[in-house]
Design a protein. Structure first.
Length: 289
């Protein structure tokens, strides 16, 4: 088994890249890819740690993009996440991904607005506390959730989201991000493999509609689909595998492990039943871009 979707302390995970490699070794995984939100700053440490202990490691990223469904489906103010994998990682790859700094800047504009809303709702939470809690360059809602839990405004992160931070909750503020096509293009231009992350979270119930989204993204360079994912049911996986076959897409999969920030998700195993086949990592690792 392998895990091609994990977060470190460089975004909203709680383990360092080195600790993730150690955890993967003790879980008996055969390959691991690091996919932090909107940053690639953990990849160098991740690759050295993996190579030092003989684990197959793949550098990556997960870009937050603005999801606009194909014409005729109305406007949905939603996010789409695009994974990027870089089997041939080099320092110049990071250079090509410099535009990610704009997405991080958009986060930095948004986070104080969320905190201001929380204060208006009567929560004694300061932006400085959130920054201190995150302790790195990418600050996200899970860090705000952790501070809310610490201060007793929610019993756990899930409740912090449902009461305050989720899309339909009172402290939610959208973030200005890249249109979906540009996220795919950015990864492709940097020599990476763009993959649609957790398609189920797009909330598209009609497979035809998802197909139209895929076709639009394939036109600009999409190469794969994350068929295996912690919350995908067997019927979902089957649907995504069929679409992958129809469009010649690579199949990937991962848990979306965040360490203590999502304590119910285990590395490699998701909620307990996830199994991402080794060949998903082999196909990626052997790709020459
Ligand atoms: P951000 O990137 O700041 O918008 O935060 C996104 C992070 O929050 C991702 O890791 C999500 O998995 C997590 N997240 C989003 N919605 C929820 C939710 N309803 N419950 C728990 N975590 C969530
Ligand atoms: Fe996250
Ligand atoms: Fe995601
Ligand atoms: Zn993720």
């Amino acid at each position: 088994m392998v895990d091609l979707h994990v977060h470190s302390t460089h975004s909203d995970g709680t383990l360092t890249p080195t600790q993730l490699v150690e955890e993967a070794m003790s879980a008996g995984l055969h390959a691991l890819a690091l996919t932090d939100h909107d940053t690639v700053s953990g990849n160098d440490e991740f690759l050295s740690a993996g190579r030092a202990c003989g684990l197959c490691v793949i550098a990556g990223v997960e870009i937050s993009a603005q999801f606009t469904p194909p014409e005729g489906d109305g406007v949905r103010d939603d996010e789409m996440h695009i994974l990027g994998y870089f089997p041939q990682w080099s320092p110049s790859t990071a250079g090509h991904l410099a535009p990610l700094a704009d997405i991080r800047a958009a986060r930095n504009e948004r986070n104080p607005k969320i905190v201001a809303r929380l204060q208006a709702l009567g929560c004694d939470v300061q932006y400085e506390e959130v920054i201190a809690h995150a302790g790195n360059e990418v600050v996200g809602r899970p860090h705000i959730a952790a501070v809310l839990v610490e201060k007793g405004y929610a019993k756990d992160s899930q409740e912090a989201f449902s009461r305050f931070l989720a899309k339909d909750a009172p402290a939610y503020v959208p973030k200005a991000i890249l249109p979906q096509r540009e996220a795919v293009e950015l990864i492709a231009r940097a020599g990476g493999i763009p993959v649609l992350a957790h398609p189920k979270l797009l909330g598209i119930s009609n497979p035809r509609e998802l197909e139209r989204v895929l076709v639009e993204l394939i036109e600009v360079g999409l190469r794969g689909i994350e068929a295996y994912y912690s919350t995908h049911q067997p019927a979902d996986v089957e649907c995504y595998l069929r679409l992958a076959e129809r469009y010649g897409l690579l199949v990937t999969g991962g848990s979306d492990y965040h360490g203590g920030n999502k304590p119910r998700i285990q590395l490699g195993r998701g909620f307990g039943t996830l199994q991402v086949p080794d060949r998903c990592a082999q196909m990626l690792a052997e790709l020459v871009t």
